[in-house]
Ligand binder design. Structure first.
Ligand SMILES: C[S@@+](CC[C@H](N)C(=O)[O-])C[C@H]1O[C@@H](n2cnc3c(N)ncnc32)[C@H](O)[C@@H]1O
Length: 243
């Protein structure tokens, strides 16, 4: 739980992690909260037709009683995205100031590469009187390790989690300093990442996990077998130096 500056009149903003995909991986705390709050805020990019986070929890909601408040953001325009998040935070602040509790849902955990962090920053800066609570979720990193059946790190080993937008130099640096590297958001850059693995002498050390914990899950240990249709935004690459 984060600091909550209590107020009797404001609703509480909840950042809720809904896990990697399997609804059974939702925590009991998240489930109880999502069934109670009047407003569920669903972030989604301008280009996506639906929200992955919402698809995980939809079956638990009562849409006759609960409002789905969608907030959209552009993915290819950093300034536009920042403006969208400020606008979204103001929309949420309006509801919260009316005394409504709002649950902002994010896939996985809300504190790891999550859109919730932008809204959180904006609310904390511009509306510090609004109470905030964060409910952690099972991150895709943990779910992917479980699906692959590999420990991420043991004993004194070191783990790095990188968005795959970095280039080979960053990967080289990470590989020099860490035992295991998890590359997230790999779909667009996967082919480059794979080429980088070859160049770094790490061919055969990567495991690709798509849509961990769902019916569309796929775990690929021989990366040369990956096809275009395996590639998916909801996928990551686990690179273990020692394997
Ligand atoms: C914006 S980040 C969100 C991470 C999320 N907050 C978490 O804790 O897992 C999106 C990235 O998470 C990863 N991801 C999310 N769900 C996944 C899943 N079920 N299987 C594999 N990777 C997933 C992918 O790398 C995707 O590009």
């Amino acid at each position: 739980m984060t600091s909550s500056q209590s107020s009797t009149s404001n609703g509480c903003l909840y950042g809720v992690g809904v896990g990697p995909g399997d609804p059974e991986l939702l925590t009991l705390k998240a489930l109880h909260l999502l069934q109670r709050v009047p407003v569920i805020c669903v972030p989604q990019s301008e280009t996506s037709r639906d929200s992955y986070a919402l698809s995980i929890v939809r079956g638990f909601l009562d849409l006759g009683r609960q409002e789905i408040l969608r907030v959209t953001f552009p993915t290819d325009d950093a300034e536009g995205a920042a403006r969208s998040w400020r606008d979204a935070a103001e929309v949420l602040a309006g509801r919260l100031q009316q005394g409504q509790d709002v649950a902002f849902i994010t896939e996985g955990d809300p504190m790891l590469f999550s859109t919730f962090s932008y809204v959180l920053e904006s609310i904390r800066t511009n509306h510090p009187q609004i109470p905030v609570e964060i409910i952690p979720g099972v991150s895709s990193v943990m779910a992917a390790a479980a699906s692959a059946g590999v420990p991420l790190v043991t004993h004194g080993q070191r783990l790095a989690i990188l968005p795959a937008v970095y280039g080979i130099d960053d990967l080289r640096e990470a590989i020099a300093s860490y035992d295991t590297i998890v590359l997230m958001k790999v779909n667009r850059t996967l082919l480059q990442a794979l080429a980088s693995l070859e160049r770094l002498g790490l061919a055969g050390k990567g495991i690709y996990v798509r849509r961990a914990s769902t019916a569309r899950e796929r775990v690929v240990r021989d990366l040369t077998q990956l096809t275009e249709e395996d590639l998916d935004y909801f996928s990551l690459l686990i690179i273990r130096k020692g394997e």
